[in-house]
Design a protein around this ligand. Sequence first.
Ligand code: SAH
Ligand code: SF4
Length: 355
Amino acid sequence: MKPLLLDTPPDEWNFEGTQAFRARQIREWVYEHGVLDFPEMTNLPANLRQDLEDQWQIRPMEIARVQGSEDTTRKFLFRLHDGQLIESVLIPANPGSDGTRATRMTLCVSSQVGCALGCKFCASGLDGLKRNLSPGEIVGQVLLARIEAGRRIDNLVFMGMGEPLANLPNLLPALDTILSPDGLGIGARHITLSTSGLVPRILELARHPAQLRLAISLHGSDDRTRERIMPINDRYPIAELLKACETFVKERRKIITFEYILIRGINDDLGQASLLARQASKLRAKVNLIPYNQVDGLDWERPPLKHIEAFRKRVEKGGAKVTVRMEKGHDIDAACGQLRLRHAKEVSANQIPIK
Ligand code: SAH
Ligand code: SF4
């Protein structure tokens, strides 16, 4: 296969035998105008367009399916060149009910196909890890979603499929492209990396020059609770994880949030809430409570609304900033990894149309 152009940050593009300004022109076509076919780059000489077309692949994937509509949460299912499927979710903030456009767009992106970490509540980990995404496959999700949305993407969250910090060697060059004004030009403070707690990688990110945000998937505030649902806790127990968070926060005043899924009878004890509040307030971390999203094949459920509210109040009373994040797009399977699984089942039954 031809090398993928988006695997390389645009500042490093080098097309042998062409003058330097050609790279700038191509960059403008791709990242400013969203043109992903060399033949359409009309200010390049025809023979150069043909040469580039022969040598490079721009599109890292095709859109297999889009669910949702322009002014609601939209879910993209992408098919990669080897046939693997990944998903991204585009979430508008404050869309007007009268059809006015959303003020901000957040895109939730995937970092791997599947995941090796096997958290017990998560659909992405059910089949294990298939493979890492390349830098271009990470960047491509943002670029294609932006083209489809017809507007800029303001915020990125790495909360789709996979563990972004387990794919740091590919994530870092992807971030170079995402951050670069010559690439997607999204500011570091608008980018959140979500992790289940790979301590050495958190420490590595603490030293990253950009002020990226980190979301820690805690989901249990003592080891006994957490290790029941997150096998990674055996390798990096809570005390060690919190120490890494402290280092991260201290370095250039970086910001973290704690994500906490609420699963009825598993981790929703009010004692967990008090402990969570103490851990968060010490790091000035905000807490996001996420009512568990039903996953096919698992019989857990979210706690009743009244209990969710009691849990929230307890965290607040303990001195931490806390919000309950009702999953947007719940109705279109916005939970981690679920669309892909459902889709995979349908594919075996009938062929899916390509948009
Ligand atoms: N691997 C990273 C990022 C991807 S998961 C991580 O674990 O942080 C993104 C978020 O979705 C995590 O906080 C994860 O715990 C959450 N999540 C996974 N399955 C879920 C489910 N069934 N209901 C609600 N949230 C879920
Ligand atoms: Fe992997 Fe995150 Fe899912 Fe855990 S929650 S299995 S780390 S994607």
